[in-house]
Design a binder for this molecule. Structure first.
Ligand code: CA
Length: 245
């Protein structure tokens, strides 16, 4: 928790104080050390496995909220680990680390059940943003209330509150907002949003998304959450909890 002039601000702790556990599967020692430090700095407990066998053993013995999985591993590959994890009903999120420009790897990984990927080389802030988003998604399953700075989302009741005060959102605005917040810190294209949201509303278009986003913006003014327009591409919500320790 951060303390700011006596006011407790919520941090990426959505779980009533439970420390989130991350299993980092990476054979490159220097990279593994750097990522471990970053994850620990964000307040997560980190276990490290330097190959696929050790990763499967660790995941079989303990529960992890997130597994960060390198694809290029000695021995059994990250793909095989991924397949085995999903077969063994690993319920936490999985973030793949893929080689740059390997579209085929990304598609294969997502097909095998990875939740997201990040291509090497990546920046640490980008890595932290992906991790935070995935931990939130995995926690949303168990935790009905998610905090984003002063904004709270009650995911079961589909209510949003700023400082305990309800804000009025239509079901469509709710869905757009929830999607953006679950991907806070990442640039989201309108196409991605359409794909994710059209299951509940096939009449959504780029233009209607713009309308919802502009309404949401004005409703969120008090929460100090900014939805940035990324010209010609889509949107990005600045994560209000980014940098929180
Ligand atoms: Ca590797």
């Amino acid at each position: 928790m951060r303390q700011v002039v006596g006011v407790v601000i919520s941090t990426p702790d959505f779980s009533g104080g439970k420390i989130m556990r991350v299993l980092l599967v990476e054979d490159d020692k220097a990279l593994a050390d750097g990522l471990s430090r970053t994850l620990r700095g964000s307040g997560y407990a980190v276990d490290h496995a330097s190959n696929g066998e050790l990763a499967l053993k660790a995941a079989g013995e303990e529960n992890f909220d997130l597994i960060v999985l390198d694809i290029g591993l000695p021995g059994i590959s990250g793909f095989e680990v991924l397949e085995q994890l999903r077969k063994n009903r690993h319920l936490g999120s999985i973030l793949m680390l893929t080689a740059r420009d390997s579209e085929a790897d990304r598609v294969k990984g997502l097909d095998l059940g990875a939740d997201d990927y990040i291509s090497k080389p990546f920046s640490l802030p980008e890595f932290e943003a992906r991790v935070r988003a995935l931990i939130r998604r995995s926690q949303a399953v168990h935790t009905p209330v998610l905090s984003f700075g002063r904004l709270k989302l009650h995911t079961v009741a589909k209510r949003a509150q700023i400082d305990e005060e309800d804000i009025d959102l239509t079901p469509r605005e709710w869905s757009v907002l929830e999607y953006l917040l679950m991907h806070a810190g990442q640039v989201i294209s309108k196409d991605q949003m359409l794909q994710a949201l059209c299951s509940w509303d096939s009449s959504l278009t780029h233009n209607t998304i713009e309308v919802y986003v502009s309404r949401i913006r004005s409703k969120l003014e008090k929460a100090e959450i900014s939805i940035r327009t990324v010209r010609g591409f889509g949107y990005m919500v600045e994560d209000p909890d980014a940098g929180a320790q």
